[in-house]
Design a binder for this molecule. Sequence first.
Ligand code: HEC
Length: 209
Amino acid sequence: MIRAILLTVLVVVFFYIVWINNIFAPHAEYEIPEEHEKIIMDVKYAKEGRELFIQNCAACHSVRYDSLYPSSIQANPILQSLQEKYGKVLPNDIYQAVFANDLNTLKESFGKVPPDLSTSYLVKGPGYLYNFILKPQEILPGTTMPPVMTGRPEETAKIVAYLKSVAEPPPEEKSKRKVMGVVTIGYFIVMGVLIWLWRDRILKRIGLH
Ligand code: HEC
């Protein structure tokens, strides 16, 4: 009986942490004004954000998952032939080897290759991205990333909406996964109950009772 209660408590605590209050998730330390948070969370701004990204960021950054590359690489005809061979998202090692010259030029200018931003939303979270893009020096003192979005918080939010759309599965895929998750857990619960109800019979049948 005590064991059953203990187990139940453990299961409840586990799901509470995983689903409701994930203490391991990064905590929001960076503020976003409410109207801009709304923009970031709305996929309909992602397209505009992509345009803004191309105008303001693509000189330096790649978003490989969306086959966007730094301007000098994007202009290189080799890129197209590689994409025909490997598909739209180039393998990272191939990308780095073939375009080593372009990446080194960027490295020379900024001390490091401006990072690929495909998964930046997942790694850094919306609060960090919004504030860093808006005022890089304040968030990461000494950084060589120039403040290209100063005084344009709304457009910055749209760029973050774009980065979110690249890093996350599209909404229909997300709801499909949610349904799959619920079905899987439901299956385990039903099977668990059935096994519990029939435990005597099962134990007898395998000769343990
Ligand atoms: C002129 C080149 C340049 C442009 C333009 C530029 N960046 Fe950067 N960015 C950099 C460099 C260099 C770094 C690496 C900075 C560092 O680690 O100190 C960086 C870093 C970043 C990071 C990672 C920060 C971190 O904590 O590691 C993000 C996110 C980012 N840039 C987003 C953007 C966005 C969005 C834009 C367009 C609005 C943009 N950048 C425009 C050069 C650029």
